[in-house]
Design a binder for this molecule. Structure first.
Ligand code: SF4
Ligand code: SF4
Length: 545
């Protein structure tokens, strides 16, 4: 059983890495549902469904299937599938085993922490808030890979390709498609390292410390598996009550005083206990036990602690003083993001979208954006704008927090609006020639007009609010040092849960205006209104202030 488990862990872990590093950063991601393994988290499926009051069919169906299988066959997810469990097993074996002292025991009540956390998460979800920071091992693993591993591998990838590119160009060119062309970097590296330590360092005290004591998904699966058919059974004829099985069990499932007593809610089916001696115990298909001590060791006060914890955390989530900060109007979500409340109820902060963003512009929100937004994606245009021919983030989002948009539709999913800072813009402030923003704008939303500036008459850029999609490529490329002279704010964003972003007629008008705007000449003085420095009708005031 143990060999089978290790093979299964390696298989799923490699599949997870394959999907993460190769498939879904490739054009194939447009055709395949490459986030398939990320759907397989039952707790996230349940919490996002409760919090958003809606079904995202792929994750709801996959989560329901795993819940049913867990009820029948126990916590196979933890022992055979979970990539975080595999990483923890690896570290426990090769790093912490030598440091761990045999006499060091974790107090039994630690195991109840995960149930309290689970209740906190359920209470929050019932009030419409999803807090995925530590809820789900697949999300946690993806986040580690995105923020910590992907940048490091990209350094090697880019260097390796630079060194070897001349050897076999066609093959190297093909391989290079799987690596970022530049090394991505993300906010929150230190916080992610702290989380990584929180999840793994418990191996110093106990094998699978995280799974046994903290993981809310483990607690959820434990509750579901309470009446499982697949359980460990002791062969009374061969058992001499040596209690070694209880000593080696990483999750404290086996009662030391009565080794035939197995708390199935805690059992991750790792199989260590049944391989100690020949045949003294084994996993079998048995009738569920509806009586006896096979449930989690929970008392009413733990339930109350969980409910109180959830209710007390609500103000932190709802605190408008924090949540409404919105980074001074700069909290720009990727195109296709659901309306904010729904988005927060769905986004698990896994980082898949940030990983595939080719410009590295999608970054995780940190504490300054509000507690409930931690690790959710925001576009930071100064780092990278949103490419016109890309809608990868929606394609790979496993939770439906970002909609899958065809490229044709994406251009109408406006995410913000660019505003020119006249005091910084080279043309407006210093009468110096600069066309960068106009040149890089894929939507032809910027035009140059002759205007009286403080330094005299000059060609200056103006922004058309209705044509601007808020992609931020102008801000990214603006040559002004530090903060750009053209900055995207989130006002004007168009976020919808379903349906098209504009009517057929509106789309045609916008397309036509973008086409026309492309052909307008720089020194078009006809639209200039007079000596006051104001431009004629058609410009919103905000765009030249
Ligand atoms: S659609 Fe825009 S924000 Fe999303 S991945 Fe592509 S470039 Fe990044
Ligand atoms: S929006 Fe991004 S971070 Fe949030 S669930 Fe989707 S892919 Fe993950």
């Amino acid at each position: 059983m143990r060999t089978f488990r290790v093979i299964s862990q390696i298989f799923f872990f490699l599949s997870f890495l394959f999907l993460f590093f190769f498939l879904n950063r490739n054009p194939a991601a447009y055709r395949w549902d490459s986030e398939i393994l990320l759907w397989a988290n039952p707790l996230t499926g349940l919490l996002t469904t409760i919090a958003s009051r809606s079904f995202y069919v792929p994750i709801a169906v996959t989560a329901a299937a795993i819940m049913i299988l867990t009820a029948l066959f126990g916590r196979f997810f933890c022992g055979f599938f979970c990539p975080l469990g595999s990483i923890i097993d690896f570290l426990d074996k090769f790093i912490f085993e030598k440091m761990r002292s045999a006499g060091r025991r974790i107090p039994g009540f630690f195991r109840r922490i995960k149930y309290v956390l689970l209740i906190v998460l359920i209470v929050l979800a019932m009030f419409g808030s999803f807090f995925p920071l530590i809820a789900d091992p697949l999300t946690i693993t993806t986040r580690f890979l995105t923020v910590l591993v992907n940048p490091v591998l990209s350094v090697f990838g880019v260097d390796l390709l630079n060194l070897t590119g001349w050897i076999w160009p066609p093959v190297v060119e093909r391989i290079s498609g799987f690596f970022s062309s530049a090394v991505p970097l993300y906010y929150g590296v230190i916080l992610t390292v702290i989380l990584l330590l929180l999840v793994t360092a418990g191996g110093f005290w106990q094998k699978r410390f995280w799974c046994a004591n903290i993981c809310p998904t483990g607690a959820f699966l434990g509750l579901l598996s309470r009446f499982t058919f697949f359980r460990r059974a002791v062969n009374a004829a061969k058992c001499n009550s040596c209690s070694r099985c209880a000593a080696v069990c990483p999750t404290g499932t086996i009662d030391k005083k009565n080794v035939s007593g197995t708390d199935v809610s805690e059992c991750i089916e790792c199989g260590v206990c049944v391989e100690l001696k020949d045949g003294c115990s084994s996993f079998q298909l048995l009738r569920p036990q509806f009586t006896g001590g096979s449930g989690p060791d929970l008392q009413r006060r733990h339930l109350l602690a969980g409910v109180a914890g959830g209710v007390l955390m609500l103000p932190v989530f709802r605190a408008t003083a924090i949540n409404k900060r919105d980074d001074h109007g700069r909290l720009i979500r990727p195109p296709g993001a659901l309306p904010e409340e729904k988005f927060l109820a769905r986004c698990s902060g896994c980082g898949e979208c940030m990983k595939v963003c080719p410009t590295n512009g999608l970054q995780p929100c940190m504490f300054t954006d509000g507690f409930s937004r931690l690790y959710t994606p925001k576009l930071v245009p100064r780092i990278g704008g949103c490419e016109e021919k890309c809608s990868l983030c929606g394609n790979v989002c496993p939770n439906g927090a970002i909609r899958k948009l065809p490229l044709e539709e994406k251009q109408f999913a406006k995410i913000g609006t660019a505003v020119i800072d006249r005091h910084k813009c080279l043309a407006w402030a210093q009468n110096r020639e600069c066309l960068v923003c106009d040149e890089v704008c894929p939507y032809n939303a910027i035009e140059f007009r002759m205007v009286d500036t403080v330094k005299g008459r000059f060609k200056v850029p103006v922004v058309f609010e209705d044509l601007c999609a808020g992609c931020g490529l102008c801000e990214q490329n603006c040559p002004i040092f530090d903060q750009a002279a053209i900055v995207v704010y989130k006002f004007g964003e168009n976020r919808r849960e379903s349906g098209e972003y504009a009517s057929v007629w509106q789309k045609e008008v916008i397309r036509e205006r973008r086409r026309k705007s492309d052909s307008v000449h720089l020194d078009n003085e006809l639209d200039y209104a007079g000596e006051s420095g104001e431009v004629s009708e058609g410009f919103s005031d905000g765009f030249i202030e």
